[in-house]
Design a protein around this ligand. Structure first.
Ligand SMILES: [Zn+2]
Length: 142
């Protein structure tokens, strides 16, 4: 299955997609060694401009909903002064969980681009393997 997806990625990801996905991955890397934050990052781009970014702050804020994606959505909604991001794209360092996916649906975000699958992220987290090597697995959902 991974081989099929890898072959599809170059056809579907544009330069802007790669740029913003790399930014989301860099956010996750920047907090990799911070015990208060889990290494996840997300960016919301609206109309070609970054409207918000977020990192996982679940432990730091004592908030189980403070995933990188929801934090990026909150920031983007504040920036745009709207609860709807109908022309937005969410870029995430890993596959959004069901809560974050539902939040994207409620915000009417039509497109999500993510790097690692939830399975790969879980494997990395539990086994302490190299996070960057797992980021090589690129997926897109539209
Ligand atoms: Zn989530």
């Amino acid at each position: 299955m991974y081989d099929q997806v890898k072959q599809r990625v170059p056809e579907t990801l544009g330069d802007a997609d790669r740029h913003y996905l790399e930014m989301a991955m860099e956010l996750s890397r920047s907090y990799r060694d911070d015990q208060r934050r889990w290494p996840f990052g997300a960016i919301v781009v609206v109309a070609g401009t970054m409207a918000g970014q977020g990192v996982n702050q679940v432990v730091e804020l004592n908030d189980p909903t403070a995933h990188a994606e929801t934090m990026a959505l909150r920031a983007a909604c504040t920036t745009r002064r709207s609860h709807l991001l109908e022309d937005g794209v969410l870029y995430s360092s890993s596959e959004p969980c069901p809560m974050c996916l539902a939040a994207c649906c409620w915000a009417c975000i039509p497109r999500i681009v993510y790097a690692a699958t939830s399975l790969a992220a879980s494997f990395s987290w539990n086994c302490g393997s190299n996070w960057r090597s797992l980021m090589a697995l690129l997926f897109i959902w539209k």
